[in-house]
Design a protein. Structure first.
Length: 321
């Protein structure tokens, strides 16, 4: 990332020549937004929006910043990010480490003034501070929504990270419905409401996924991002002792590919054709991306795949699909 940031305008042009496919054939309209292509960068990679211009040179059609919380927080103690090369996977327990809402808004304001590079769409992934009790979580989410409204194209409600204590309890039907309704009230007061998506965990049961479908319909949000990281450790090639030594955290990468696709397929079957689904989890090739799209995803996102496959991944996916 430091090397990318050091690139001059000429350097970025070279990177774009290598890694960007700007053909209009890849463009698509989803949620009323024109995406240059269907491959995006998942939240967590550029939490504070420091690298949007540099990352856009790698060919992404959209970049999701965050998860951001109202107040800056350090996150969990380090080390908190681990590679599992045998599995092409990562384990992280970052804990919503970010510089806070004010810092992100400042960077996005500057970006907006200069113009988003390559027409890239910007998503804002929002969360609550660790010290905020779940009973007051809606206040944190609405605060993030109001501050970011003018600077992002869509919102993502993150209640599915396993690394903030009790956060996943907000995925239960009653608290989640209340949270999303609060956001939608704020959204509908705007002259031009923006799409709101819900990011869910892959560890939900079929019954819980059905509840999510009911909530999407009841609250009228745009759709779902499937999925976040998993707390499961099944089927890993990495030795059990290594996994035990690493400890708690969310697992991402290739081991998540099958389950995230299953969740996408279930969602599409129950939601019908109109709701938006963004597929993420184990996408490290064109074939993996195509699998998500065939299962019902409108768009896809990468994170761990980028770590293992390198900056040419986006172009390879676009060429393949």
């Amino acid at each position: 990332m430091s090397l990318l940031e050091m690139a001059t305008a000429v350097g970025r042009s070279v990177l774009e020549h290598w890694y960007c496919d700007k053909s209009d054939r890849h463009a698509t309209t989803v949620m009323g937004l024109r995406f240059p292509n269907r491959v995006g960068l998942a939240a967590g990679f550029d939490k504070d929006g420091k690298h949007i211009r540099a990352l856009s040179a790698l060919g992404f059609g959209f970049i999701e910043v965050g998860t951001v919380t109202p107040v800056a927080q350090d996150g969990n103690p380090q080390p908190r990010l681990f590679r599992l090369p045998a599995d092409n996977a990562l384990i992280n327990r970052m804990g919503f480490n970010n510089a806070g809402l004010e810092a992100l808004v400042g960077r996005l304001r500057d970006l907006q003034r200069e113009g988003a590079p390559n027409g890239v769409i910007i998503g804002g992934n929002i969360g609550k501070n660790k010290v905020t009790p779940n009973e007051k979580a809606d206040e944190d989410y609405v605060k993030c929504f109001e501050a970011l409204y003018a600077y992002v194209d869509y919102f993502v409600v993150n209640v599915s990270s396993p690394n903030t204590p009790n956060l996943r309890a907000l995925q239960e039907k009653e608290p989640l419905t209340n949270l999303l309704n609060h956001l939608q009230v704020a959204n509908r007061q705007k002259s031009a409401p923006k799409p709101i998506l819900l990011k869910i965990a892959p560890d939900l049961t079929t019954e819980q996924i059905t509840d999510i479908v009911d909530i999407v319909r009841e609250t009228g949000i745009a759709g779902v991002i499937a999925t976040n990281t998993t707390i499961s450790r099944e089927g890993l090639k990495t030795p059990e002792k290594t996994i035990a030594d690493i400890g708690m955290g969310g697992l991402s990468g290739a081991p998540l590919q099958v389950r995230s696709t299953e969740v996408i397929r279930l969602l599409r079957q129950q939601l019908g054709p109109d709701a938006v689904i963004i597929g993420v989890g184990g996408i490290d090739s064109a074939a993996a991306a195509q699998e998500k799209l065939r299962a019902g995803a409108n768009l896809v996102q990468v994170y761990s795949g980028l770590v293992y496959e390198g900056p040419a991944l986006v172009k390879r996916i676009l060429t393949g699909i």
